[in-house]
Design a protein around this ligand. Sequence first.
Ligand code: ADP
Ligand code: MG
Length: 718
Amino acid sequence: MAAEDQSAHLNVETDALSASSVKVAEGQKTVRQAKEKSAAKNKSTAGKASEKLARLGLRKDMDFILHLPMRYEDETEIVSMRDAALRGGSAVQIEGVVTESDIQYRPRRQLVVTIADDSGQVVLRFLNFYGSQTKQLAPGIRVRARGELRHGFFGAEIVHPTYKIVNEGAALPTALTPVYPSGEGVPQALLRKAIANAIGRNNWNDTLSAARRAALHLPDFESSIRFLHTPPPDADQHSLSEREHPAWQRMKFDELLAQQLSLKRAQVARRSKGASALPLVGELSNAFLLTLPFTLTAAQEKVLSEIRQDLRQAYPMQRLLQGDVGSGKTIVAALAAAQAIDNGFQAALMAPTEILAEQHFRKIAAWLEPLGVKTAWLTGSLKKKEKQAASELIASGAAQLVIGTHALIQDSVQFSKLGLVIVDEQHRFGVGQRLSLRNKAEAGKVPHQLMMSATPIPRTLAMTYYADLEVSVIDELPPGRTPIVTRVIDQNRRDEVIQRVHAAAQEGKQVYWVCPLIEESETLQLQTATDTHAMLSAALPELQIGLVHGRLKPAEKHAVMDAFLRNETQVLVATTVIEVGVDVPNASLMVIEHAERFGLSQLHQLRGRVGRGAAASICLLLYMGPLGGTARQRLATMRETNDGFEIARKDLELRGPGEFLGARQSGEAMLRFANLETDQWLVEKARDLAQELLQREPQTVAAHLERWMGNKEEFLKV
Ligand code: ADP
Ligand code: MG
């Protein structure tokens, strides 16, 4: 239905309301009736409309203001039919009088209306129409129509134009007509009206002074929103659609400024909380350093000293330790734990999977237990009795180092003196999960927190979403690694790949064979893994081939991983359960089937399971063609680079930050307007201004946050 019809409908409603007030003069009874009737009607229509709008997230004035058009239609101009015919192909608006109106039946039922002006005629063709339209578009009626003009068999025509019935000389709009993102049952006319009302209702004081706006080359707020909702006819449509127009820049800047302000406030709030200072007092840390199995890289030394510096503060550390897969984050975490233990506190390390938690446990326990550290191990799969025993060790303080999975954050787990929380692969956890571990310190204190991630966060993301985190980066790999060579191979050549697996095993190397991701069905994924295992066992009878997947019981998983670690199995067929953290240095060949189904960061994580020892490693990405554009780019990126930062940047470009962070983490904090790839300079300016405003202008901070965040700020406090 044409938008104009809807607005006509709305007008009728308002007219009915004003009509009722006219009746006031007509005696009490009628007045009351009319009032009640109109009030009821008013309430129900307004109620329905506001419910519909609320479903689009539109409640407060600011919600409406920020509901910006997707595109615009130019209805400010009428083109003569002759010129319209010459232009052809693009959207035009014409006006004329109906000369003929017919329902035709061939090739199918359709309404065909001819309208004419002084210069020529155009056919309006409706393949779906209401009976009322036949009457409405009767000969002699003046019609203003808009749509894409084509040259059909019977001359110039517009199929399914938007149109309205007008009187001769009816005024044209003076601004472009906005087309808003909408939902079911919410006509454009309703949105336009509600948004125009919201703009008119409010006094949009600017939160940036004229001097600041001039320095930033940004227009004022009110004219920006007016411009974006109703641009003048000569506005540059390209800069509008590309969101490059200064009015757009202003919206993006304000959004980023609000985000920076609230993140900074969250940081101040965190610093005002107390934590136990954990200075480097020595014994365990020193003994540990002396027994290290290798020398720390310069990058590891650097991040370690940053962490040590944080730990000695009496407010909680909140540091993200970023380092590409294989860069050696675990040892740094263990050294941080040693510092906490030296001070008489407990340290807890939480990992997202049992396999990873267990691997950490074994490795770190092997480092620290000989030095007298008491450890505990807690995962969901422990037997009830074992769980209870672990909980008791934790509660009494007998366990100085606790390693486990999500099980650590259960209410039943009470620490005696928790000083440091380490979260590995932090992006795998929701904000809430990280928080609940933090809440397990002594009353009134917050433990220091070290988060680790191999998924590098591009600078702009770190500056925005993670503005409340200090970031340490391990930017070099331990020595002696040879870069992984990646090949992209059509799955038709699977036989050759199997031969390579055989050859690698003959040379004493070990191999991962990763089964395709089947998101729709876990059962199917399991089936595929089992089938692949059977296929490889048949093809390579002289090799020992293991199989690990998510449905195995922890003890079985443990046994399979153990056999692979000890080189009793040469090939490990696996689902993505091996994606994070698994460390078997002798494995140097990785085959990933249906690589086109995986995301970039997932491929990078998987590939990171090889290239951990001295042997040159190879990663074979098998794909099934034909490849879509994005899949092709992902595989090309994998072939071209091993650099996690480069891959993360590409990932951000291909997927956008929402998916990058995972829905749970982005949530309400998501940016709607600014694009972290293209608007980096705005991010930096917003950050600088946020700093300045927080120091000097608390009222401006309050006003800006009130406008942009409303009550959403709570979310960012975590
Ligand atoms: P990630 O950062 O992916 O968690 P890990 O901590 O698992 O990496 O380390 C990868 C491998 O490198 C492990 O086998 C670890 O023992 C080894 N490693 C870590 N630091 C060094 C170093 N400085 N020199 C040599 N090997 C190291
Ligand atoms: Mg790791």
